[in-house]
Design a protein around this ligand. Structure first.
Ligand code: 6CS
Ligand code: FE
Length: 304
């Protein structure tokens, strides 16, 4: 059974052959900045987001909040019932936890943060409409053991494997440890959100079991990456715990392994516009499990 795909969509990817073009233009799907934009972000911030595809706000959380959420994170990682579960992803080749998904359903504290007006109002200002949480996760990246993430666009995966129709989602990533040059900070390609990069390689069944440990499919070709990086370079926002990074669902990003003793942990909520709810996948045999792609009005809970 191959499921009900959405073939021939606007953003062809996971192709059986090398793509004919390096890039496709992004369809204009977000409101022009300044049109309906009322919210906490000022016009300079909105312009920066539109130009770069991301916006970094240092010291978004107070020191007291950082301490609080660090202890929540630690508690979640040490919960024995989560070990070995499908939503608790381990590093390739070890039992160290790499990511924990569905964290706003696993913890009241993270649910409160996901719904915090400071975050929701920013996300909805950028999206120009009402949102729901498509995905949440903690990336842990332990000292010495934490591996990197290859270059990718989240939208490419959500479109291909989760059936997200358009680029109407924004991620809010809050760093809960200090981020420095040596613990594998997130790197982004400014301006890359403006184009869709079709990727080669058909999606096998249950690809997420592999891709969440090390993504091999849905990664742009070296030529596409080189062209985009030669235009605008690479940026890696670093700074103290508590900083907020807002980034467009289509901004190319990745990170190196953590070669320092300090963990690099963040919590990450994806706000998707309600009128952009997921359908059948565009380039995968079937939908991924709910811990990766939530429904707008459905509570997810693991069967423990
Ligand atoms: O597959 C996913 O949905 C996820 N994978 C990566 C590498 N980034 C975004 C998302 O959490
Ligand atoms: Fe990502």
């Amino acid at each position: 059974h191959t499921g009900d795909r959405n073939p021939g969509g606007p953003y062809p990817t996971r192709l059986p052959h090398p793509p004919e073009t390096l890039f496709l233009p992004r369809r204009a799907t977000l409101p022009p900045i300044g049109s309906s934009a009322t919210g906490p972000l000022n016009s300079q911030q909105l312009q920066n987001f539109a130009r770069d595809g991301f916006l970094f706000e240092p010291d978004f959380l107070s020191d007291a909040e950082v301490t609080h959420f660090q202890s929540v994170l630690k508690e979640l990682l040490e919960t024995p019932a989560f070990r070995g579960r499908e939503f608790a992803i381990t590093e390739p080749g070890s039992n160290a936890i790499r990511s924990l998904f569905g964290v706003h359903f696993l913890s009241d504290a993270f649910m409160a943060l996901a719904r915090d007006e400071r975050l929701v109002s920013r996300a909805e200002q950028l999206l120009g409409g009402e949102s729901y949480i498509h995905q949440s996760r903690i990336n842990y990246k332990p000292g010495f053991e934490g591996k990197g993430f290859n270059w990718h666009s989240d939208f490419e995966t959500w479109h291909a494997e989760d059936g997200m129709p358009e680029m109407r989602a924004v991620s809010a990533s809050i760093i809960l440890t200090d981020n420095h040059a040596f613990n594998g900070p997130l790197m982004l390609v400014p301006g890359s959100h403006q184009v869709f990069v079709p990727c080669m390689g058909e999606t096998p069944a249950d690809n997420y079991k592999q891709s969440l440990k090390k993504q091999e499919l849905g990664t742009p070709s070296p030529q596409a990456l080189q062209t985009l990086i030669e235009r605008r370079g690479i940026q890696a926002p670093t700074g103290r715990a508590g900083g907020l990074l807002l980034f467009d669902c289509n901004t190319l990003h990745g990170s190196n392994a953590n070669m320092s003793p300090d963990p690099r942990s963040n919590v990450f909520f994806v706000y998707n516009r309600r009128d952009n709810v997921c359908r059948e996948p565009y380039a995968a045999p079937r939908r991924r499990p709910e811990f990766l792609a939530h429904h707008p009005d459905k509570v997810w809970s693991p069967t423990l």
